[in-house]
Design a protein around this ligand. Sequence first.
Ligand code: TRP
Length: 335
Amino acid sequence: MTKKRILTGDRPTGKLHLGHYVGSLKNRVALQHDYDTFLIIADVQALTTNWENPGQLGADVMEVAKDYLSVGIDPEVTTIFVQSMVPAIAELTIFYSMFVPVNVLRHNPTIKTEAAQKGYSDMTYGFLGYPVSQAADITFCKAHLVPVGKDQVPHLELTRRIARRFNELYGQVLVEPDAMVEHLLAGLDGNTKMSKSLDNAIYLADTVDEVNRKVRTDVTDPARIHKDDAGHPEVCTVFTYHSEFNQDFKPELETSCRKGEIGCVECKKRLAERINGLLDPMRDRRAYYDEHPELVRQILLSGTDRARAVGELTLAEVKSAMKIDYFAAEEVSVK
Ligand code: TRP
């Protein structure tokens, strides 16, 4: 039986953090043997907000690839590829854009939020339209399942709508994918989301010392001033992290925190040890890939080759369904 396909990925805008690990990377590693997984490094999408500084993209693409490999994504089973190197994605984007109404894009809540955050009074065509390009990212390989954060759900709805509309207009070619919504990890400052822009993140590439220092700054229950004050785990970020990374210790911690038996310093120390224990094997794998950048490039090239081949097949079907394959036979021989 052929496996169902997953497509998901990230914009290369810097290093990935523990929020990415808990919300998505861990899940991708767990699913990679049961699904034919495609991971997109969405460099074109990164340009939609970063078009003035393309110089950094190459290095960021490599960083994301190393993050994937360091958490245990296995390039033997998972196809990691670079968006800009799969021309079918750009071509599909153009075809889909013919029937996507501009108002649907204008009303996309994620686009609105991001535009407000970036202070865009006059959005570019590429930014407004990136959800159409994301639909091409997903449909070029006929993915069935798309694990994403909650903020991406409107984009998934658009992808489903595009697939459905395409199939109605031209015939059954595309797959309507399902979303699989991932959970968020809180930031060190207690914000509901760990994020680079909020500067409240522990990065997968952080050293032991950086993790120790960051965990020490992690916000706790403000009512606990002295070590033996009664604590309120439900308002404490450190407790949230223990629940995520140190499940076995959670019940005991909850009781001793409420009774004021364990101090925050001790509690944080145990958390930092636990996080460092999780990151250590990742650090080892990253060190290996840092020493072998050629290998990372090879992994990206061969993943991209596979994605390109899959994209050409879908594109040929799309063109044939749209009856714009006038020279299909000759095109093959010209190549
Ligand atoms: N928009 C996603 C993000 O910002 C990244 C992304 C690009 C993506 N193309 C995708 C995610 C396709 C899932 C499927 O995180």
